[in-house]
Each structure stands twice: as C-alpha cells, then as structure tokens.
Design a protein. Sequence first.
Length: 96
Amino acid sequence: MPLSAVLLVLASTVLHAGWNTRLHRGSDPEVVIALAYLFVGIVLVPAAVVDPPGEVLGWVLARRFPRACTWACWDRRTGPGALAWPIRSRAARRHY
C-alpha cells in the first residue's frame, strides 16, 4: 500500500476521533453538526461555481436520496435522531 494512502487513512482517523470528541463534550451536538455542515458548504460552494462537476452532481444526488430516506425512517421510529444515532441521544434525552 502506498505511504500516501496510509497517511490519508491515519489523518482521517484522527479527524474522526476529534469530531466525535467535540460532539460528546459539547453541550449541544446539533449546533455543532449544523455549524460543521455550514462551514463545509461555504468552503465547497466556490469550488462548485468555479469548476462545476457536471457528471458528479448526479452521483451526489443519488447518494443523498437513500441517506435522506434512512434518516426519515429513523426519525419516524425513534424521534428526531434520538436513539438511532448515539451522539445525539444525550441531547435528545433532555427533550423527551
């Protein structure tokens, strides 16, 4: 395996662990998630405007649809992400 692939996996692991730590220590995980999505959107929108990836858009939409269906089913079964996603469960217990 190339060294660059190993380093990419290790960097991804560290970022994921940091993300989980931030969510578990924060008082309101939903706000952290919303701000992260907003930040990523702000960073990536210029790339889509400057060099719009036409063939990629279909794949992005195809991936988002099943994800939205999954979240809708979880929300219908357990409430808004309350028990289906453990990071949100602590915050959800305050509301239920």
